[in-house]
Design a protein around this ligand. Structure first.
Ligand code: R5P
Length: 300
């Protein structure tokens, strides 16, 4: 098996964990924004894992996706790879898993179809935002879909902290699942979630709180992703107001639109803990062991 992807710490570690050679992808971008990802090695006849991550805060999911689609197609069509497993730790467009307003696209499904058409035989991702559909596999018709948990990586870091009377808090109704999942990985008994409404036209967020007994406690506010930081910041602020001793903002995907980190810290978070599902220098938890394990299982 070969690992194909940019030569960064994530892929160097993944290659080592799965015992594969890393064939690098150079991510060339022309001045006009067009991409030309170049696979610099021979993959003919080999089963390949393509591992590419989106940059945090870049505002460029589309550039990233063109790189992935072109590389998949190139590996299969011209470079003669055997099977191609795509390791895409953050699955963009997953939140558009329904048509919220007439005329909008069903983006998550269309993306699944595009990846499949470009040559992905297996797609491995992490904590895919699946609130309105039954499972990750519904986005594909042929490719095998694997959805790993990113909360295990967060929990392994949280367990190292001397937490006092910890409480896990989700910022919105949907996040109760994430809170429960993290609580079970950390062995924390108490968790709950607020409720949030987002205006689908303006994006404006309103958080509806319930009074919780957080005084003097270490509160972990958890979500699957942070984009603008508005959802997280509202919950962090409320946890502070309710008297939390320490507030840790924990999330799997640091999508991080400009200003998001300042918004969360400004709301009163003491620590930001995110996984490395996107390229972000601030990531402290790694999903590499989970992906490596999934690849080992897929090979058996
Ligand atoms: C929404 O359902 C997600 O789980 C996140 O809560 C949301 O995407 C965060 O967005 P933002 O950081 O822009 O508030």
């Amino acid at each position: 098996m070969l690992l194909v992807g940019p030569e960064d710490n994530f892929n160097i570690r993944l290659a080592k964990d799965i015992g594969a050679r890393l064939v690098t992808v150079e991510r060339r971008v022309f001045p006009d924004g067009e991409v030309c990802p170049r696979v610099s090695g021979d993959v003919r006849g080999q089963d390949v894992v393509l591992s590419m991550r989106m940059e945090a805060g870049s505002g460029s999911p589309n550039r990233y996706l063109m790189e992935v689609l072109f590389t998949l197609r190139n590996l299969k069509e011209h470079m003669g790879a055997g099977s191609v497993t795509l390791a895409m730790p953050y699955f963009p467009y997953a939140r558009q898993d329904t048509i919220f307003r007439p005329g909008e696209p069903l983006s998550s499904k269309y993306l699944g179809e595009l990846l499949e058409a470009a040559g992905a035989d297996v797609v491995i991702s992490v904590t895919v935002h699946l609130h309105r559909i039954g499972g990750f596999s519904e986005l594909f018709s042929r490719a095998k879909a694997v959805n790993l948990s990113g909360f295990e990586a967060l929990a392994s870091k949280l367990k190292d902290l001397p937490l006092k009377d910890p409480f896990i808090l989700g910022p919105d109704t949907e996040s109760i699942h994430w809170a429960k999942e993290l609580a079970s990985y950390c062995g924390v008994e108490e968790f709950d979630a607020f409720r949030k409404e987002r205006d689908v036209s303006t994006g404006e967020i309103r958080t509806y709180v319930k009074e919780l007994d957080l005084a003097g406690r270490d509160v972990i506010v958890v979500d699957d992703m942070v984009s603008t930081g508005g959802t997280m910041a509202n919950a962090v602020r409320e946890a502070r107001r309710m008297g939390a001793r320490t507030v840790i903002s924990a999330f799997v995907h640091p999508v991080l639109a400009p200003g998001a980190v300042d918004r969360i810290l400004g709301a009163g978070a003491d620590v930001i803990l995110a996984a490395d599902t996107l390229e972000w220098a601030g990531s402290k938890a790694s999903v590499v062991p989970s992906i490596a394990e999934a690849l080992r299982v897929a090979q058996e």
